[in-house]
Design a protein around this ligand. Structure first.
Ligand code: PEP
Ligand code: CO
Length: 405
């Protein structure tokens, strides 16, 4: 049995089995489910990727961010590749977070909490289960934790052994962060925290750990979030987040109703704990003003949520030849409007959630780049900002006029 580097971090089978019994959206259709139990057992015995203490430390920082002491940058790939978790890949992603963090610190005068969409951002929600291809249809690509991106049956067939490879890749990334001096034990101002969408239950549930003298936590990441497609209360993903001691986040889009958001707040933040719940608004530049009634309702209900702006997922459009892209001007416009909508309702936009790459890519339109099929367009899911574009976006985030840093 592997030794646990962090004390009191054995698997918590009670939460896992309770959540596994609930309905869940966006899970793959594994062709052979008999391959899953050994995968679950293997993951449950693995040492945790993050410690209980570090998860609580981030919770404390987010509570202080809610008080206006810090701002936040959360950024990385839409879908992280398990083949891009080597030390050199991690070093470049950290450099990108440092650059974006510097832009935001300079703009606001506030210290920055840096969070990567990394070391586990391997599973994607999709609008359709199938993709039509010449001569038939294939299971859609759900991220390297589930299947491969190539348009052939062999690659697209969900394969449970990928769940184990995913954890190994995440551990490589975590180890690389530690070796850079930016992981476990790093000074707060140097630390890079890891986050991902907690989507694939076969990956997440075995990594729910019980801490001997405290509660249970998700040891796959410091800061899990729930996506726009899996935020139904009463379903597995929200229940799982509700049971954890990690700080948690939830994406909120323009279709969210006041009642849904208040329900989410009462399930995910029942004790109104600062730092516990972050709501990430992803409305799109043309609809972000619709955020206002949700902000007012949450404030009136007394939930001390941290608000962040994801200016990416409401601004996805297609080029005339069908390539997914996003316009930098729409992204900037959503950031500016989001800051203002929150300020008009006595709340603060604590920071940005971006899909961005340290590479010189051409996936989004703007700052001298136009998306085109070819070596500059590499994302296997949503289009990311290049570093230059991400810097331009980060420069549009600011504290509202009159805020005291
Ligand atoms: C994402 O962050 O890649 C994503 C799918 O976001 P959302 O759930 O907001 O659509
Ligand atoms: Co995305």
């Amino acid at each position: 049995m592997p030794r646990h580097p962090f004390p009191g971090a054995g698997h918590d089978p009670l939460i896992a089995s309770m959540v596994a019994g609930l309905p869940a959206r966006q899970q793959p259709r594994w062709p052979d489910r008999s391959l899953l139990p050994p995968v679950h057992d293997r993951l449950a015995l693995e040492p945790p990727l993050v410690s209980y203490a570090s998860v609580r430390e981030l919770h404390g920082l987010l509570a202080r961010a809610a008080e206006g002491e810090f701002c936040l940058i959360q950024a990385g790939d839409c879908v992280e590749l398990t083949t891009e978790c080597a030390p050199r890949d991690v070093a470049r992603k950290v450099e990108m977070l440092d650059v974006l963090g510097d832009v935001m610190r300079t703009g606001s005068g506030l210290p920055v909490v840096r969070v990567g969409r990394m070391a586990g951002q391997f599973a994607k929600p999709r609008s359709d289960d199938w993709e039509n291809v010449p001569g038939g249809r294939l299971p859609v690509f759900r991220g390297p934790l589930v299947n491969g991106p190539d348009a052939c049956a062999e690659d697209r067939t969900p394969d449970p052994s990928r769940v184990v490879s995913g954890l190994e890749a995440a551990r490589c990334a975590v180890t690389a962060l530690d070796r850079l001096g930016r992981g476990e034990g790093a000074a707060p101002e140097d630390r890079v925290w890891i986050s991902h969408e907690a989507l694939l239950l076969d990956y997440e549930l075995p990594q729910v750990r019980r801490h001997t003298d405290s509660g249970s936590y998700l040891a796959s990441t410091h800061w899990p979030w729930i996506g726009e497609r899996t935020r139904q209360t009463g379903f597995a993903h929200v229940r799982l987040m509700a049971e954890l001691d990690n700080p948690v986040a939830c994406k909120i889009g323009p279709e969210a109703t006041v009642d849904e958001v208040l329900d989410l707040c009462s399930v995910l933040d029942p004790h109104r704990t600062p730092g516990r719940l972050t709501l990430i608004a992803r409305f799109g530049a043309h609809r972000i003003t619709e955020l206002a009634p949700l902000v007012r309702a949450v404030r009136q209900a007394g939930h001390p949520v941290l608000w962040m702006c994801d200016p990416m997922h409401g601004n996805t459009v297609k080029t005339p030849d069908g390539l997914k892209t996003r316009r930098l001007d729409a992204i900037m416009s959503e950031i500016r409007q989001c800051v203002d909508v929150l300020a008009d309702n006595a709340q603060r936009c604590a920071g940005l959630h971006l899909e961005a790459s340290p590479d010189d890519i051409s996936e989004c339109e703007g700052a001298g780049r136009s998306p085109a099929r070819g070596p500059g367009y590499r994302s296997l899911c949503d289009p990311r900002l290049s570093l230059v574009q991400a810097v331009a976006a980060a420069a549009h985030w600011r504290l509202p006029v009159g805020a005291v840093a």
